[in-house]
Design a protein around this ligand. Structure first.
Ligand code: HEM
Length: 100
């Protein structure tokens, strides 16, 4: 393979590191909302974890995934969400593999 100098790849490597960082979802059901390791959560999502709703429930996650930015204005999870309820149901069912 014709490898170029490592500096050639620096821009794309930097982008990979800086681009779309997201928290791990491993075991997220069992920990307080917005409390995963090695990630600086937005104040918006951290505030969801205050009070009674400290952990994610399927109902809460359904609201978040419908529109992350409406559910927690200012969240770093800046994507439009899943409008189809069936998609969300399937996704939430799938995410149960993230239970410890
Ligand atoms: C199948 C799609 C997705 C699912 C199921 C999902 C799920 C989640 C969950 C459950 C959390 C909260 C984690 C916690 O409380 O520890 C979260 C946070 C986050 N996700 Fe996603 N996510 C999805 C797509 C994305 C995408 C496409 C991005 C990148 C644009 C993203 C970036 C983030 C970020 C940055 C946070 C932290 C938000 C904050 O601090 O405000 N996620 N995600």
């Amino acid at each position: 393979m014709n490898m170029k100098s490592p500096f050639y790849y620096l821009p794309i490597l930097s982008l990979c590191i800086l681009w779309l960082p997201a928290p791990t979802l491993d075991g997220f059901w069992d920990r307080k909302i917005a409390s995963g390791p090695d990630f600086e959560y937005s104040a918006a999502l951290s505030n969801v974890g205050r009070g009674d709703n400290e952990k994610w429930t399927p109902e809460l996650l359904d609201q978040f995934l419908t529109s992350p930015m409406k559910f927690a204005p200012g969240t770093k999870m800046e994507f439009q969400g899943f409008l189809n309820p069936e998609d969300r149901k399937a996704l939430i069912e799938h995410l149960k593999i993230s239970r410890k």
